[in-house]
Structure formats: C-alpha cells, structure tokens
Design a protein around this ligand. Sequence first.
Ligand code: ATP
Ligand code: ATP
Ligand code: MG
Ligand code: MG
Lengths: 168, 168, 153, 153
Amino acid sequence: MKIKRLDIVGFKSFVDKTSFEFSEGIIGVVGPNGCGKSNIVDAIRWSMGEQSAKQLRGKAMEDVIFGGSESRKPLGMAEVSLAFSNDEGLAPAAYREYSEIVVTRRLYRNGDSEYLINKTPCRLLDITELFMDTGVGAKAYSIIEQGKIGMVLNAKPEDRRFLIEEAA
Amino acid sequence: MKIKRLDIVGFKSFVDKTSFEFSEGIIGVVGPNGCGKSNIVDAIRWSMGEQSAKQLRGKAMEDVIFGGSESRKPLGMAEVSLAFSNDEGLAPAAYREYSEIVVTRRLYRNGDSEYLINKTPCRLLDITELFMDTGVGAKAYSIIEQGKIGMVLNAKPEDRRFLIEEAA
Amino acid sequence: TRRRFRETFDQVNAKFQEVFPRLFRGGKAVLKLSDEDDLLETGIDIVAQPPGKKLQNVTLLSGGEKALTAVALIFSIFMIKPSPFCLLDEVDAPLDDANIGRFNEIVREMSEISQFIIITHNKRTMEIADTLYGVTMEEPGVSKTVSVRINEY
Amino acid sequence: TRRRFRETFDQVNAKFQEVFPRLFRGGKAVLKLSDEDDLLETGIDIVAQPPGKKLQNVTLLSGGEKALTAVALIFSIFMIKPSPFCLLDEVDAPLDDANIGRFNEIVREMSEISQFIIITHNKRTMEIADTLYGVTMEEPGVSKTVSVRINEY
Ligand SMILES: Nc1ncnc2c1ncn2[C@@H]1O[C@H](COP(=O)(O)OP(=O)(O)OP(=O)(O)O)[C@@H](O)[C@H]1O
Ligand SMILES: Nc1ncnc2c1ncn2[C@@H]1O[C@H](COP(=O)(O)OP(=O)(O)OP(=O)(O)O)[C@@H](O)[C@H]1O
Ligand SMILES: [Mg+2]
Ligand SMILES: [Mg+2]
C-alpha cells in the first residue's frame, strides 16, 4: 500500500498544519540545521505508533507537542495523520471499500491520546495491526535515522538478528 | 611544546615510511573514504601511549601492525615517532639541552613493545609522564575522533566531568 | 519460524554479496551466523573486504567504509522484502563524492519499487530527487515547507 | 582539587556562555553542576537554547545543533587550557554551510594559540587550511600522502 500524504500540526516544530505529498519518484528533503527535517521522520514514526519518547529524542511523550518559540505560545495538542492509497484494493478486509485509509494520532498535554482510522476512533492496537498487515510496519530497515547507520556495524551480532527477523 | 613532525611506518595502512610536518597554521587532511586519514589520528594517540586497542578500532593491539594488502605482504612491526621542538626550553629538566625531543613506540607481531626517547630505550611510564608534563596529554578535549562529537551531548552528566578534570 | 529465518537470511546474504561490490566497486562481503546450530538465538556477523585490501576485522574499517557496508546490508534486506517507503536521514554524511555517486545509483534503482525519502545536506544527492521539499524556519522555532517538483512523470 | 575543579568549571562555563552565541549567531547556553554540594562526584548538565527557540531538553536538538553545542563546549575548554595541538576528525560532517562558516572562523582564531589539524570532506573547511595533506591509496591498502603548502608565513 503506497503512502499518499502526511499531515502534521502541533508536532514538534511543525506548529501550523503542514502537508507532505508523497509524489512519484525520489523525494529529497533539504534545509539548514535545526529547521525540522528529522522532526518529519519522528512524525512518521509517531503516527505508526511509536511508544518510546526516547526513540523520538524526548524525555517524555509530552515533548513532541509544540512547546512554544519566541513568537508563538505552546500548543495543547499534537496531531499527525498518515494517508494510504488503496487503489490496488490491497487493504485489509475491514477497509476494502475505501480508496484512501487515513491513520490519525493525537496527544493532549494532559496526557490523553486519541487514535482514529478514517476519522473513526479506534485503539492503538488497531493501528499497529493495520501497519503490520500492510507491510509498512517494518521500521527496522525502512527508517534509518540520523546518525544510526553506524549502529548496524557496531551492534553486537545478537542485536543484528532483528533486521532479518523483521524481514522474515 | 610544539609538535614538529610525525613519522609512521608499518602502522595500519601506512606501510612505507611517511612523515608529516606540523607546519605553521591550520593543517587540513583530505582524501577519499578509507585512504588512511583517521589512521593518522590513531597513530598520534598510539605514540602518546594508548593502551586500549578498542580506542584504535582494533580487537587486539596487534591489529595496528600493517596486515598486508593484495600487493604487499604483512609487516612484522609498527613504529610511530612524534617529534617535539624544544626551542623555548620548556621541556622537563632531563631533556633541557635537546632542541628536539623524539618519542618513539614500536610493536612487534610477537607482542614485544619498545619505547624510546631520543633513541634511548625507556619505559612506557617515562613517555606518559613526559606527555603529562608538557601538557600534550590532555587528549579528552584536544583529540575529537570521527563520530565522537555526538558523545559530548549524549553522555551522562557524570561522564562529562572528565573533560573539566583534564583541564583542571 | 526457524525455517523462515534461515530462508530470509540466505536470501539477504545472497543479495548482500551482490550489492557490496556494486557500492565498493569491487571487494567482497558476506554474512555469517555466529551459531549455525541455534537459529533462534544466533547472532549475525558481517565479514567485509574493500577492493584490494586484506580481510580484517570490520571494526578497523573507516567511517565511510562502515557506513557504506551498513547501507549495503540495509538495501539487501530491502530488496528481499521491500517496504512501501524507505526513509534515509543524512545517511550520506560520511561518504565521499565517488561513494555518494554509487549510493545514489542504487537508490534510483530501488525507487522503482518503493518510495524513497532522503534527507540530505549534499548537493549531489539532491540532484537525484524528483521532488525537493525545502524545510525552513524563517520564524525561529516554526517549521515551514516549500516543495519544488523537478521531474514530471 | 575540589577547588581547582570548581575554578576550572567556572572559567569554562563563562567561556561557553560566550562561544555558544558566536557559533549559533545568538541564543544562549550554560553549564550546570548536577550536585553543587558534591564537587568530587557531580555531573555536568548542558542547557542550550538556539536563537528564537524555547528552552527545551538538549536531547530534542537537531543533529547539527547537538554537534555545534558540543563544539562550543570543547572549544571553551580549549580556550581556558590550550593544548599544543587540536585534532578534529570530520567534526563538520553534520553542519550546514552557514554553521561551517562560523565554525571555521573560530578555528582560525584558535589556531593562533595552538596547531589545528582538521580532517574533512568539506570544501569550505579545506579553504581555511594553510597546508593541505592529501592522503591517497593508489595502491589499494597502502596510504601515501602529498602535501600542498597554501599560505606562506
Ligand atoms: N516540542 C517541540 N516544540 C518546539 N520545538 C521543538 C520541539 N521538539 C523539537 N523541537 C525543535 O526542533 C528542532 C530540531 O529539528 P530537527 O531535528 O528536525 O532538525 P533538522 O532539520 O533535522 O536539522 P539537522 O540538519 O541539524 O539534522 C530543534 O531545534 C528543537 O528545539
Ligand atoms: N593493520 C592494518 N593493516 C592494513 N590496513 C589497515 C590496518 N588497519 C586499518 N587498515 C585499513 O585502513 C583503512 C581505514 O583507514 P581510515 O580509517 O584512516 O580511513 P579514512 O581516510 O579516515 O576514511 P573515511 O573518510 O571514510 O573516514 C581501512 O580500509 C582498513 O582496512
Ligand atoms: Mg536532522
Ligand atoms: Mg576517517
């Protein structure tokens, strides 16, 4: 299932709603240090159900909500949506009649979380299962974060097997 | 005490004797991946008495001896010399009459080590003491190895204090 | 699952032995199971030999050689079991121009199967993008994006 | 030694508060002792705030911001207690052009006191070298060097 679009609002440095079209071909992301490129990667991981704040460079999950800048107040909620196209009808049975499947995750500053599929509230489990079934969940070798490529060679041999396990 | 020259032979990829003049001003070291630039840093650390093969990317200290290539046989010894100028007479008392102080370290494949100061055999202790006295020993903040700059921020607060301790 | 692990490992290993010499323009590399008899617990060792060099511990490889070897392995797994997308964040940072060229070539091939999103500071890598997203922070602390479509399909 | 640690810490901290805004063109940073009452065991916390951004955990900083903050600290220590030489191996790898420019400026200043040896793949950093050592491997596995003197003294 192809990814069509990523929508980010209130997540880390993406204060205002920003949409990324996953257009055909290779997508390059460029910009100066600290402008928000790696935050896009964090947003994608987070929308896929990442539960560890440390994996997103934070201390607590609340750290992903926009915390303010010299010109803007902090926000009370972070929201990321990932839209898949289902033109090929490859989606799991429950979603077969949709041409687009949108997964949404929200986090409020009081700690409340919301998960939605096509605007219908669901559980985190439904989201992680959907990602598993569509083959998008294999993060270990499809998302290489900044500075992490060295870990492949520096890892202990036992720690490397998960790369094969995820593909098996 | 200024460094004048570094001589490398048989150390890692520096098979043939290579001399580096530490000329005035900024020295830039360039070249393609794997050509030997970081090996120069390893040679300097090793000449200063580095005892951990792991700090030099090896498994055993024998790993620093040239191990051969498709065109060259392995060598039986690695040798690195670091030459200091003593024009300002700042050297420790024992070396005050020399205008140049050369520290040499050798390692043989059978495991034997030799240490020399101005071609006179000495102990490793004499070398590390000399480096201490001349202020060259503060490796923690004067040698930043490839990929290691990130460790300053990722380190635990207790692990960072050695930077101040070395300067104190 | 023991059999599935073995099958996947063998397929990835075959691919890895192909991809490594493409990225290094020669040389050879192979994966080894640290314990052939215990497929549930065995680790995976990487043996890599850049062209013309003698086989040594991978720890002695240079920063760029280690990154390129890791890329060869990651891409080999990807070719055996592609994901819909692949996100690479500044993976080209330690590579020199020649290696970036070969890296980009393989990315182009793999982008026929999956969507590649590449974050980079390198001008040569930017050249293979069909769409460029520029991320800016004119207002400090506030990210904005501008997209430029380079190639039409 | 407790007093020497405290004195050195305070000097480095004062320098750090000066150097950080020079490298970041603004913003502020400070070092904090995690345990003021135990100078023998206390850790050192880094608090850093790039210009215009809100103060947050340093872990949230970008790859380039973390590297530049680390450089600011290392250089501050160096300025308080210089070594005869400073070896930097590809420290500029995660930095964008603007930050490399400011990094190079500070290196130029510090090179008046100590010898700087900088390994780099970056063309802008090569421009500040007075001598360039080119390392090559025409014969695979065998390193050779060529030196080019750029500026005369
Ligand atoms: N919750 C938050 N609220 C506001 N800003 C945040 C939040 N979390 C992170 N940031 C900011 O985002 C910035 C980091 O962005 P990011 O890591 O995406 O940069 P980058 O473009 O990848 O840079 P580099 O090229 O250096 O890797 C930091 O300056 C950080 O302060
Ligand atoms: N004992 C040895 N005998 C022969 N070659 C060795 C030995 N030890 C290391 N090497 C070789 O030296 C090379 C690494 O050199 P080095 O780390 O200096 O490269 P580099 O120029 O810093 O490259 P990069 O730009 O990728 O960081 C490796 O290819 C390694 O195989
Ligand atoms: Mg980044
Ligand atoms: Mg190197």
